[in-house]
Design a protein around this ligand. Structure first.
Ligand code: 9MR
Length: 379
């Protein structure tokens, strides 16, 4: 007899839909919302694979305690990234003391289910541990940085598809001609912290694609235009100095009904990255719906899906883009609900930014994503 576990496994591995597995299994399914139309060959990952791409999402430690989440994750996605578990603070809670519990659990889960893993991240101005300020000095910062990267990167050597080595290093408003953010790492080491981080990451895990990951570079606004230019200039400098760099991550935290438009600038960014020999990933896609004033969820979902469509159709015009990850899987868990601006604009309302709603039912954004894969050029 086919157990429920076997049945799910077969559905995923063989890429077949629920329909061919029989009504019996469907009836026994405690999560009937993952319906026959979206499993197996109709899943995001299979649609992405057809064109040589990966479909991924961010996963929290709590998500892996949730059976329904895991079922949808394995059925739909071929790539995962830890939402927080691999960041500096959680991984090195005390100087030289590492905690890999959550990160190990995600990597082991992904391995068991044949899902690739992105590493996120080695160097960021946020989520540094409390001990950082005061303990890390100009004298020891390079050592702390390289030891962290060698330890974390080394632990997962050969298991990571790509590492976000440096995250969000550009902040035009900080006023430097090179656009670099005056982050703790910058203040301690100077601009060369980037090159040191990439070289060390290559040493730690030579097979991982080393990525630079940035937000606010997607749309046609002046601020995005400036940030794009600074980001590209940074990538060019890194390449020119022989720094090992393989990919650009375009985070893609975007908003509905804000007048943001996508097209020329996004295309130019992707093409410029490609011309430098970089792969491009859309690493953290979600659509903030605070500016959609209509309370009706169906209306909000349609507006969000249109933004997915518009954005992805532009971004996926290029063969260079080979992975699309959403920042979370279900509306039941999204960082956007914790944003200060959200609490001010839409107090008490839950955001609906992702391809599955809180009951794991596919949202219109799911179908928009799948359609965008189908329209994309084969790689
Ligand atoms: O979603 C993440 C949230 O749970 C954390 O509190 C926050 C700070 O570590 O980071 C969020 O993820 C961010 C990602 O790591 C980098 N790009 C922006 C994401 C949203 O803030």
């Amino acid at each position: 007899m086919l157990t429920r576990r076997d049945y799910l496994k077969q559905g995923v591995l063989a890429g077949c839909g629920l329909a061919v597995m029989g009504a019996q299994a469907l009836l026994a399914d405690p999560n009937p919302n993952l319906d026959a139309r979206i499993g197996g060959r109709d899943s995001l990952k299979v649609h992405a694979h057809k064109y040589g791409r990966l479909a991924g999402c961010a996963v929290s430690a709590a998500n892996l305690q949730d059976e329904a989440f895991k079922k949808v994750l394995t059925a739909q996605f071929s790539l995962v990234v830890a939402e927080n578990a691999m960041k500096f603070g959680p991984v090195q809670p005390k100087p030289g003391v590492f905690n890999f519990e959550d990160a190990d659990a995600l990597v082991a889960f992904a391995e068991r289910h044949n899902i690739k893993v992105r590493g996120h991240n080695f160097v960021w101005h946020e989520m540094l541990p409390a001990w950082f300020a005061g303990t890390v000095t100009k004298e020891n910062a390079k050592r702390v940085l390289t030891e962290h990267i060698l330890t974390v990167g080394g632990r997962y050597k050969g298991k990571i598809q790509s590492w976000d080595v440096v995250n969000e290093a550009i902040k035009v408003d900080d006023g430097r001609p090179d656009g670099l953010r005056k982050s703790p790492w910058f203040e301690l080491i100077g601009p060369e912290y980037l090159e040191i981080a990439y070289r060390t990451a290559r040493q730690a895990d030579p097979r991982a694609k080393l990525t630079y990951n940035e937000y606010g570079i997607e749309d046609e606004s002046d601020s995005a235009e400036k940030k794009r230019a600074a980001t590209l200039a940074l990538l060019k400098r890194l390449k020119a100095s022989g720094t090992p760099l393989d990919a650009l991550g375009i985070q893609s935290h975007i908003s509905a009904n804000t007048g943001a438009a996508f097209g020329k600038g996004l295309r130019e960014l992707v093409n410029a990255a490609q011309a430098m020999g970089l792969e491009v990933y859309l690493t953290e896609l979600d659509v903030n719906d605070d500016a959609v004033l209509d309370a009706d969820e169906a209306v909000r979902d349609r507006v969000v899906a249109e933004v997915y469509r518009d954005f992805l159709n532009s971004a996926l015009e290029s063969k260079a883009v080979n992975a699309v990850l959403t920042w979370g899987l279900t509306d039941g868990h999204t960082w956007l609900n914790g944003m200060k601006s959200h609490k001010e604009k839409q107090p008490g309302r839950q955001q609906r930014p992702l391809p599955f709603d809180a009951d794991y039912k596919p949202t219109p954004a799911f179908f928009a994503m799948r359609d965008a894969f189908d329209r994309s050029p084969s790689r």
